[in-house]
Design a protein around this ligand. Structure first.
Ligand code: FES
Ligand SMILES: [Fe+2]
Length: 336
C-alpha cells in the first residue's frame, strides 16, 4: 500500500454523508481532512457540519450532544451552539459567550447527499455542486429515474485525483471495464474549477470501429471531490462519484447510480431491471476501486503520445485545488 503523495487537504466540495444518515434531530460524528467533525440536523431540516469540540471545555458534541430546535446542546454542561457556530446559551449564566465560535463548514444537500466545502484558507465557495439531474438542462428530473443504488467504500488508500484520472485514461476501459473498443475522448475541458469530459463507449456486439459507436458518457467534474455523469445511447443512467479525504492516508468513496424509468414497461419490471442495471454499473466502478486502492501514484509517469495531453491537462488543472506548499509539480514528460 502506498500513501498518496498528493495533498489530502484539497479545496472544494466533498461528500461527508448521505442525507438519510443525518435525520432531523440527530447528531453524527465524522472525521474528514484530519479533523473531527459533527453533522447535525435541526428541526427546520437544515444540516450543519462543524468542528466536533465544544469551545467550553472540549467535549465532543456527537457523543451525547442533543439537537434542541435549531441548535446543538453540548452533553457536558449544556452550552448551546447554533448553525453559525455561535454560542447562544449557557444554562447557568445570564449571557452566552460571544467571543468563542466553533468552526462551521459551508454545507449543501443535493441528490440525497451532504457536501461540505473545505478550504484551508477558509475562502467562501467559488463554484457550485452540480445537480445530477438538472446539470445538463435537458428537462429531466429525479422523477424520471428510479431510486438510486449506492456503493460506500470507506478508508481506502487512494486520492481523489486517481479517480478523476480515469476520465482521461482511455486505455484502462478495455482492461478494467472489458469494453470491446478503446473509447475516444470528444471533449476534455479543464479551464474552470468545474471541468468537462465526454467520451464514446462501446459494448459487446457493437460495430467494429469507434467511428460507428454512438453511445457516450458526459462527465462534469466539480473540483476533485465529485464527478457526475450522464449516459447517451445505452441504459439511461446518471452517476455521482464522491471521494473525500479522511486523513493523510485514506479516503471514503461513495458512488450513486440512478437508472432511468422506461416508457411502456410496467413499474415493477422497470424497477427490478433498475436494480440489476444499477448493480452492473456499480460492479464496473468497483473494478476501478481495486486498482486505485492499491495504486502507487506515478509522476513522472511513462505515457504514450495519445495519453500525454489528457493527463497533463488533468494534473495541471488539479493543482489549483491543493494548498500552496502542498502542490507537486506536474512532472510528466512528453513521449518521444
Ligand atoms: S464542554 Fe461543552 S458545555 Fe462544557
Ligand atoms: Fe474506470
Amino acid at each position: 500500500m502506498a500513501k498518496p503523495p498528493l495533498s489530502m487537504r484539497p479545496t472544494g466540495w466533498f461528500q461527508v454523508a448521505w442525507s438519510d444518515e443525518v435525520p432531523v434531530g440527530t447528531v453524527r460524528p465524522m472525521t474528514y481532512f484530519g479533523r473531527d467533525l459533527v453533522a447535525w440536523r435541526g428541526h427546520s431540516g437544515q444540516v450543519t457540519v462543524m468542528d466536533a469540540y465544544c469551545q467550553h471545555l472540549g467535549a465532543h458534541l456527537a457523543y451525547g450532544g442533543e439537537v434542541v430546535e435549531d441548535e446543538v446542546q453540548c452533553p457536558f454542561h449544556g452550552w448551546r451552539w447554533n448553525a453559525q457556530g455561535r454560542n447562544t446559551c449557557i444554562p447557568y449564566s445570564d449571557r452566552p459567550n460571544m467571543g468563542k465560535r466553533i468552526q462551521t463548514f459551508p454545507t449543501v444537500e443535493k441528490n440525497e447527499a451532504i457536501y461540505v466545502w473545505h478550504d484551508l484558507e477558509r475562502r467562501e465557495p467559488y463554484f457550485e455542486v452540480p445537480d445530477v439531474f438538472s446539470a445538463w438542462d435537458d428537462g429531466r428530473s429525479a422523477a424520471d429515474y428510479h431510486s438510486r443504488s449506492t456503493l460506500y467504500d470507506p478508508a481506502l488508500e487512494l486520492h481523489p485525483q486517481y479517480v478523476l484520472e480515469n476520465g482521461v485514461d482511455f486505455a484502462h476501459f478495455k482492461y478494467v471495464h472489458k469494453v470491446p473498443i478503446i473509447p475516444q475522448f470528444t471533449r476534455q475541458e479543464f479551464d474552470e474549477p468545474i471541468s468537462r469530459v465526454d467520451f464514446t463507449i462501446a459494448f459487446e456486439g457493437e460495430p467494429g470501429s469507434i467511428e460507428e459507436v454512438d453511445s457516450w458518457v458526459e462527465a462534469i467534474n466539480c473540483g476533485i471531490g465529485l464527478a457526475v455523469t450522464k449516459s447517451h445511447g445505452m441504459i439511461d443512467n446518471r452517476t455521482a462519484t464522491a471521494v473525500t479525504p479522511v486523513d493523510d492516508r485514506t479516503c471514503d468513496v461513495r458512488f450513486s447510480v440512478w437508472i432511468g424509468r422506461e416508457d411502456g414497461v410496467d413499474e415493477e419490471t422497470s424497477a427490478r431491471r433498475a436494480v440489476r442495471n444499477g448493480q452492473a454499473v456499480i460492479d464496473q466502478f468497483a473494478a476501478d476501486i481495486v486498482i486505485w486502492s492499491h495504486q502507487k501514484y506515478a509522476d513522472p509517469a511513462a505515457l504514450v503520445r495519445g495519453e500525454y495531453a489528457g493527463f497533463t491537462a488533468l494534473r495541471t488543472w488539479a493543482q489549483q485545488f491543493y494548498p500552496e506548499g502542498e502542490r507537486m509539480p506536474v512532472g510528466l514528460t512528453p513521449p518521444d
